[in-house]
Design a binder for this molecule. Sequence first.
Ligand code: ADP
Length: 361
Amino acid sequence: MLFDVQPKTSIDELFGRRAEYLSFLDAIEKRRNFFIITGPRRIGKTSFLYAALNELEKEYGIPYAVIDARAATSLNSKYPQRVIAERLYKAIARKGFVGGVISRIKGIRISGIEVELQEKGFDIIDVLSAINEGNELAVIAFDEAQYLRFSNEDLTKLFAWVLDSLHNIVLVFTGSQVGVLENFLRLDEGDSPLFGRYEVRISLPRFNPSESLEFLRRGFEEYGIDVNERELLPVVNTLDGVPGWLVHYGAHRIDGLTNEEAIEKVLEKAMKYVQTEFEELDKLSPRYRVVVRAIARLSEGKGYARWERIKGLVEEELGEKMDEKAIRGYLSKLMDYGFVETIGYGKYRIPDPVMYRVFRR
Ligand code: ADP
């Protein structure tokens, strides 16, 4: 059902994304082994990932494991390798595809399909090598991979080793904080472990207005509800093609809210979500909020704010002169996190209408 609020897990449940799936499949067939899937929050990265991987498994027998990097680092932020190894092992063992090989991994006993870790020396290198020795292609995906940057070991070295030496493993990374993910992977820096690897990028865009309308119409149709498309226009305009918010809107309508109530409810939730995400930057400095608020205020009517005016307003708010480099630093990080984007030299805007509302207040 399209209005199901959980991530979708099969291609049949997924609205659109056909071209993206075919590109993914095509690159797998060409034996590419390094993928990066990006898109803003709630755009459907997790859904796309599971749907695509389940399809690959069903149609081509390629097993996969997905590691939620956010969860892995929240369990052990400095040393997520252990959590990753454990998750990987469990996922792979459950699928049973490496058969005899897994029993060779140190410190692990298999009882039925469950796996027990017997000692501390459980090692990610062993697990990855065992998966590779399985002699079949396997996909390992890291959802919201930017969180792995908190590890106290540089995990990109491990990934480079996998890409260079373990030819049966395909690595997939997803990330909503695109710039943060890029800074972590450091693909363009000559001295970085992943420099020079060939990556396949799949970016998931927002639905365009017609796609959003069609998404909502079909969602209602699944419940036998015939809606007036004109009534849906304000929804499409306010929620701007982000499937996650469209789904919430649909779910509220199905639960009996009116059009206006449902829009209000989604905005409320979406705004809280943005606030929570922004707390990561608040922790770094309260000035990020001052800068993004200035952009929101200045872009009213025009849709963007100019660099000099942002600087002026931030200085006015803070009551002090700001160094140009410092403001550029704040802007650059806000862009890394996806809160702000640039639309030409010196012009900045807040791309997400929900974020715009949060910071406009
Ligand atoms: P992300 O990982 O980018 O934050 P999710 O995959 O969790 O996004 O999706 C957010 C919500 O939107 C979920 O309820 C999911 O079911 C829905 N969704 C996202 N993309 C699609 C799609 N293409 N078709 C149907 N539902 C989708």
